[in-house]
Design a protein around this ligand. Structure first.
Ligand code: SF4
Length: 273
């Protein structure tokens, strides 16, 4: 998942920046419009992206092989103990320096809910947060691919906030834009998201070879977000170089129009980032 939501720009001609993979377990803190000063946790490999999607707009480039079950790649994931130790070291240093953070975000080089011991890691993170930075919210940025699994939902409910990807209103658009791994279907994602509490949806709108920002696509997307009924919807577009160079960002005017439509027709708080 993307770590921080880029800020929409009025100028579609601005060159898009490149981004590189996170090199370790802890990164940042980075300023985030939604979360304040946010410290990132990467539960994923550091040499490649591990994800159940292969989004055309991904800032980390193409997913080598989209997977729902990491299998043989488990050896490349940090241990539960290593994650706890890295976070404790970082937060202890902040405390020594009297520095505070507003959030701890679990995201990193791909899809964090693919991590097999997710609940265990989250419990550790919450405990360490309570000791060093009790005011910081613990948040996950997920692509929603695993939300149909009750065990993943139970782990996610331990968090203060969930920000879940939802870009498309139809199975066809979902497949074209997000290229999910084989066993992932939109119906299951919607059913899972409907059961998740305290959740924001995050939706990326793009145009070019594939567009989800035309009136028909937006109308079907609004039907689905109304059904899911999250706390709100966060809209954004490209800010970094996409995996597919034929994908372009949409204008700020388009994002504002979609947000207006989501509020008016979907009855949901919708904000452009
Ligand atoms: S969900 Fe999409 S954007 Fe996020 S890391 Fe995976 S491929 Fe990239």
């Amino acid at each position: 998942m993307i770590g921080t939501t880029p800020k929409a720009s009025e100028s579609p001609e601005q060159p898009l920046k490149k981004i590189i993979l996170q090199h370790g377990i802890i990164y940042g803190p980075m300023p985030s419009r939604r979360l304040g000063r946010s410290l990132g946790i990467n539960l994923l490999p550091t040499k490649y992206k591990l994800c159940s999607f292969n989004c055309l707009y991904c800032q980390y480039g193409w997913t080598q092989k989209a997977t729902f079950t990491p299998g043989e790649r488990l050896k490349d994931l940090p241990s539960v103990e290593a994650v706890a130790a890295a976070l404790e070291t970082a937060l202890a240093e902040f405390s020594r320096d009297h520095r505070t953070i507003d959030a701890i975000s679990i995201c990193g080089n791909g899809e964090p809910t693919l991590y097999p011991a997710l609940a265990e890691v989250i419990l550790n993170v919450m405990q360490i947060r309570d000791r060093y930075q009790p005011h910081a919210r613990v948040v996950i940025l997920s692509n929603s691919s695993t939300v149909g699994d009750p065990a993943v939902r139970a782990a996610l409910e331990l968090l203060d906030l969930k920000i879940m990807k939802f870009d498309a209103g139809s199975e066809e658009m979902f497949r074209q834009l997000n290229h999910p791994a084989a066993p992932v279907y939109m119906g299951e994602i919607i059913a899972g998201l409907k059961q998740l509490k305290n959740t924001f949806l995050q939706s990326c709108f793009v145009q070019g070879r594939v567009t989800n920002a035309d009136p028909d696509s937006v109308a079907t997307w609004i039907d689905k977000i109304r059904e899911i009924h999250p706390l709100g919807v966060q809209l954004y577009t490209l800010d970094r170089e996409p995996a597919d160079k034929r994908i372009e960002k949409v204008s700020l005017t388009t994002l504002r129009w979609i947000a207006y439509a989501a509020r008016w027709r979907g009855g949901l708080p919708a904000e452009v980032f």
